[in-house]
Design a binder for this molecule. Structure first.
Ligand code: OAA
Ligand code: MG
Length: 187
């Protein structure tokens, strides 16, 4: 996204009303002219804990999902420029579509997974979790210093290059290699 690499993770929250399950539809939020897809590996927390170090972080993982961090890019840019929070740009209703739950045991190599995003059948994003800026244990440890992690919490881990706009009636498909796949329609 042409921004410099952060030295610590950039953290924001989405409310639970942001969830959309596989085959659901995504709403373009009011006043948004530029809604972007961001495919990301999601880590599902399986144990309640706070202030864990990186070595303990692995034990908190219950499983994974493929997910979208849907972003009202124009509203986010406006918020950035005026120093306002990203809550609306990142947390509006339907901003967090997710695929089916994958238990931790079924994904032993979470640090080297291909994740991808297609819009209307065209490949837009393709990345590997080995290229993440911060490792999964680092993210869990960092976040847990500030927020008690609870069972069922979902941490999105950042998106690879290729984010871009979607419009009404587009179909977004996301996946982890051929292990997991989910599909969403823009209302
Ligand atoms: O939207 C942003 O600025 C950052 C973000 O969510 C990502 O890189 O996944
Ligand atoms: Mg993101």
């Amino acid at each position: 996204m042409n921004s410099s690499l952060p030295t610590t993770p950039i953290v924001f929250l989405k409310p639970s009303t942001a969830y959309v399950i596989n085959e659901g539809s995504i709403r373009i939020p009011k006043n948004c002219q530029e809604l972007h897809h961001e495919v990301e590996l999601g880590v599902v927390i399986g144990r309640k804990e706070s202030s864990v170090n990186e070595n303990e972080a692995e034990d908190l993982i219950g499983g994974y999902v493929i997910a979208l961090d849907m972003t009202a890019r124009d509203l986010q840019s406006k918020a950035k420029n005026s120093g306002e929070p990203w809550s609306i740009a990142k947390g509006f209703d339907t901003s967090c579509p997710v695929g089916n739950f994958i238990p931790k045991e079924a994904l032993p190599n979470a640090n080297s997974l291909d994740i991808w995003c297609k819009v209307n059948g065209q490949l837009k994003q393709k990345g590997n979790t080995s290229d993440m800026i911060f490792t999964i244990p680092h993210l869990i440890s960092y976040i847990s210093q500030y927020f008690t992690l609870e069972i069922g919490d979902l941490i999105l881990t950042g998106t690879p290059e290729g984010v871009g706009p979607v419009k009404s009636n587009d179909i977004i498909e996301i996946g982890i290699g051929d292990i997991s796949k989910a599909s969403f329609k823009i209302e």
